[in-house]
Design a protein around this ligand. Structure first.
Ligand code: PMP
Length: 464
């Protein structure tokens, strides 16, 4: 008699269940998880290992947070030391040896002229909360309300920060043109575009009947990150410093993403040599854990106790991990390393343009790199149609296809820019030469594959 064998039930791999449950239970507002269906279980340096056993080179780095990559030994050691010491993990904003050491290390990295006369406010642990604190500080100190911000800016998701960002709808802010070469709002690009942007700012502020009351402050990213990796020209930043200083308008540098060596200087303001009145710092300063602060000129310290409060302003593990990260970047001159590697990667990416008409622009500073993808066969954007040599329109569908092809090749990249058409690279500053080559090779390969694929029919929405 034939024995009927039971049919084995094929279980889907556990990571598929996790992803399925995430899709069912988590918010429609989730972002990275949509385009990166990975279940990370282990990570070290540039590499993430998924629950499916696949390994990925992570050039998203926690949206630019991981200056030393994942789980760097000095970061882990610093965290373990606090855990083993029996120190309290929650202390509100009380003084502790860990906080004292973090503050000392942070001040040692800041431009001397700034740090010698600065105060620090520990904020709720997100960049956006520190942005809010900066606004409250300058509004209190000046007694004014309005803010100057820039087109395409990104400062966070809380109300004030969102108002100051490019997606704002309700504004107490005045938006000024941020200079850029590839899609210059004045149609000129280069030094001339930057000079015109500065001139516009000056005229607006000095036009007594222009309708703009003197603002409480100006907030600027030295390199716009989410806006599409747009480095502010040094001369223009110096102009902004001069214009604001002459009119007693505090200048706030948002270095949430550009800080801690990312752009090839420890702080991105060092490229231009400007000394801002307020610096907003987060992401890398917490060594992969949540931490956000503002550091500002002591004369602005006119707010009252509790003017910016919050329960979670004393994250001891983040301060220890952050101090270790800051010290490691400083001692190992990783900012210089980022400058050299960044130039090399930019040069290789620019070479790719010859074979890939879909690459419109390659730009960046240090290890903050963007590749803007375009469709050379379509008409330019209406706003640029009359320019002397208009750039082809952005191609977000190609960008999404490149991101997916990168993932298939074990490379995690971010998308950004006004149209979601900029492929962004934010690798850790500990990247080796070989890893840098591997990243560019995989990206080149992914680009070739995406250009061959029928990506323009893709219908999923962009994330930015
Ligand atoms: N400022 C800048 C320049 C940023 O890039 C970001 C985050 N991408 C923020 C502020 C907001 O930081 P968070 O997401 O931690 O609130």
């Amino acid at each position: 008699m034939a024995v009927i064998e039971p049919v084995p039930v094929v279980q889907p791999p556990p990571h598929e269940g996790i992803l399925r449950r995430q899709a069912l239970r988590e918010s429609a507002a989730r972002t990275y998880a949509r385009s990166l269906p990975i279940v990370p279980v282990r990570a070290r340096g540039l590499t993430i290992e998924g629950a499916d056993g696949r390994r990925y080179l992570d050039c998203l780095s926690g949206a630019g947070t991981l200056a030393l990559g994942h789980n760097h030994p000095v970061v882990l050691e610093a965290i373990r030391k606090v855990l083993d010491s029996g120190a309290p993990l929650h202390v509100l904003d009380l003084a502790t040896p860990v906080k004292d050491a973090f503050t000392t290390e942070l001040f040692a990295t800041l431009p001397r002229e700034f740090a010698d006369n600065a105060r620090i406010q520990f904020c709720g642990p997100a960049g956006t909360d520190a942005v809010e604190a900066a606004f409250t500080l300058v509004r209190t100190a000046t007694g004014r309300t309005g803010l100057l911000t820039f087109t395409g800016a990104y400062h966070g998701m809380t109300t004030g920060a969102l108002e100051a960002s490019g997606g704002a709808r309700d504004v107490r802010v005045t938006r000024l043109p941020f200079p850029q070469d590839y899609r210059c709002p004045f149609g000129t690009g280069g030094e001339q575009g930057a000079a015109l942007a500065a001139r516009w700012t000056k005229h607006l502020l000095d036009d007594r009947k222009g309708g703009l009351p003197t603002p409480a402050g100006m907030i600027v990213e030295p390199v716009q990150g989410e806006g599409g990796v747009l480095p502010a020209p040094d001369s223009w930043l110096r102009d902004m410093r001069r214009i604001t200083a002459d009119r007693s308008i505090p200048l706030i540098a948002d270095e949430v993403q550009t800080g801690v060596g990312r752009t090839g200087a420890f702080w991105a303001v060092e490229h231009s040599g400007i000394v801002p009145d307020v610096m907003v710092l987060s992401k890398a300063i917490g060594g992969s854990l949540p931490l956000a602060v503002i550091v500002y000129r002591a004369e602005l310290d006119l707010w009252q106790p509790g003017a910016h409060a919050g329960t979670f302003r004393g994250n001891q593990l983040a301060m220890a991990a952050g101090a270790a990260t800051l010290a490691y970047v400083r001692e190992n001159r990783l900012a210089d390393r980022a400058a050299v590697l960044g130039e090399r990667m930019l040069a290789r990416l620019r070479e790719l343009r010859t074979h890939h008409p879909g690459i419109g622009d390659v730009r960046g500073r240090g290890l903050m790199i963007g590749v803007e993808l375009v469709d050379p066969e379509r008409a330019p954007l209406p706003a640029e149609a009359d320019d002397h040599a208009p750039a082809p329109p952005p191609d977000p569908a190609l960008a999404r296809a490149v991101q997916q092809e990168c993932l298939r090749r074990g490379l995690i990249v971010e998308l950004g820019g006004r149209h979601g058409a900029v492929v962004r690279l934010l690798p850790p500053l500990t990247l080796t030469d070989e890893q840098a080559s591997a990243v560019v090779d995989r990206l080149a390969d992914a680009l070739a594959a995406a250009e061959r694929s029928p990506h323009r029919r893709t219908t999923t929405g962009p994330i930015s």
